[in-house]
Design a protein around this ligand. Structure first.
Ligand code: CP
Ligand code: NVA
Length: 292
């Protein structure tokens, strides 16, 4: 068994990892994918505090800890005393006495940082408005699976400069791939090379990636976002400008007809279901790494 020593560490941002740690997490994920049911975390408890909706993250963390011999405990704000006024620090202190690790999905990144500050157990970012590091690890693994290496790979990102883009680009700094985004003015991700012309971004790209135009928390901007982002849809006309064997990724949930056309999403150049599956494997690698 490969080991990645992240014992006791939090993963709040991709930048919390060193390049060798990120690479080793992907290697461990592959090993766990080959042998999915090993009791490496027998008896471990994973708390899952989710203040936002989730399908993949919630279920892949739950299934993942179960496959490793541990148990997941779902926690929503409404059912905790937190929603009746108990403080976050007191909640984090108490939860730390029952749990071995806590995954948090919430709105403000500062709230995630508060959980990490007050919990004495490792805290994993399961998505905030700023970053989605588990998704980036799964995306990098999906690309490495298909291309054999990440060195020099060119990823084109289309549309909103979302939390997913921020993490994907940050992971590229560690793993040696490049990301160029095409986004309209006002939708740029901080620190990411951005152009306006979608064709310029996909020109020569190995992978074309997009995300919803309306992230959780942006619903009040829906009408304006649909107008502003319309030219950035990933469809077959745009894909014709990418490398002939370029493939498409999307973290899901997708909105066919908005950020991606249905023919591309469900077509033979789509890697989205492998990408979704890889969430399971990278998060298992992460859990093993912070708990052993
Ligand atoms: N990609 C992703 O994080 O999906 P969920 O919102 O369903 O967890
Ligand atoms: N950018 C999206 C990702 C969902 C997995 C959001 O934050 O809602």
């Amino acid at each position: 068994m490969l080991t990645v020593s992240l014992t006791g560490r939090d993963l709040l941002r991709v930048g919390d990892l060193a390049p060798a740690e990120a690479e080793a997490l992907l290697d461990l994920a592959v090993e766990l994918r080959e042998q999915p049911k090993q009791p490496l975390l027998a008896g471990a408890t994973l708390g899952m505090y989710f203040a936002k909706h989730s399908t993949r993250t919630r279920v892949s963390f739950s299934a993942g800890i179960a496959q490793l011999g541990g148990v997941a405990i779902p926690l929503t704000p409404e059912e905790l005393q937190l929603s009746r006024g108990e403080s976050l620090p007191d909640t984090a202190r108490a939860l730390s006495r029952y749990l071995d690790v806590l995954a948090v999905r919430t709105h403000a990144h500062a709230e995630l940082e508060a959980w990490a500050e007050w919990a004495s157990i490792p805290v994993i970012n399961a998505l905030t408005a700023d970053e989605h590091p588990c998704q980036a690890l799964a995306d990098a693994l999906t690309i490495r699976d298909r291309l054999g290496s990440l060195d020099g790979v060119l990823i084109a990102w289309l549309g909103d400069g979302s939390n997913v883009l921020v993490s994907l680009a940050a992971l590229g700094e560690l793993l040696g791939y490049d990301v160029v985004a095409a986004s309209p003015q006002g939708y740029e991700a901080p620190g990411v090379t951005t152009v306006r012309d979608p064709r310029e971004a996909v020109d020569g790209a190995d992978v074309v990636v997009t995300d919803t135009w309306i992230s959780m928390g942006d619903e009040h901007e829906r009408v304006q976002r649909l107008i502003d982002l319309e030219p950035y849809r990933v469809d077959s006309a745009l894909l014709a400008h990418a490398a002939p064997d370029a493939f498409v990724m999307h973290c899901l949930p997708a909105h066919p007809g908005e950020e991606i056309s249905a023919d591309v999403l469900y077509g033979d150049r789509s890697a989205v279901w492998d990408e979704a599956e890889n969430r399971l494997h990278v998060q298992k690698a992460l859990l093993v790494s912070v708990l052993t």
